[in-house]
Every structure is written in structure tokens, then in C-alpha cells.
Ligand binder design. Structure first.
Ligand SMILES: [Zn+2]
Length: 63
């Protein structure tokens, strides 16, 4: 996913948990950008699928 703050792209599985050590960590749906430390909600899978579709559509249109 892409950081909405600095634009750095990273794998959400590699991202630093936003609040490791916090009591709420099991309910926390935030991921932290490894580049700038900005916390943002995880991208839902369906949203990712739509974005993939859109980018494929774009590529086709540009050729
Ligand atoms: Zn960032």
C-alpha cells in the first residue's frame, strides 16, 4: 500500500504496527509508514482489488 502522507510504497505486512505494546493493539487497524511514521488505516482487500482493476484499465488506455 501507499503512504497517503509521503507517498512511500510498502507492504502492509512489513509495516511497523502502529501501536505495538498498546493494550488495544488487537483492535487497532492502523499501519505505520516505515518511511515517515505516519499512521493510516489498513487498505481493505476489496479496495485494493478495485485499484488494481483501475490501474490495468489505465494501462490499456495508454497503449
Ligand atoms: Zn509515509
Amino acid at each position: 500500500m501507499k503512504c497517503s502522507f509521503c507517498g512511500h510504497e510498502f507492504d502492509e505486512n512489513e509495516a511497523v504496527p502502529a501501536c505495538s505494546g498498546c493494550l488495544m493493539s488487537k483492535n487497532c487497524k492502523l499501519v505505520k509508514c516505515p518511511n515517515c511514521g505516519y499512521e493510516m488505516p489498513k487498505e481493505p482487500k476489496w479496495l485494493k482489488a478495485i485499484k488494481d482493476l483501475l490501474s490495468k484499465f489505465h494501462e490499456r488506455n495508454h497503449r
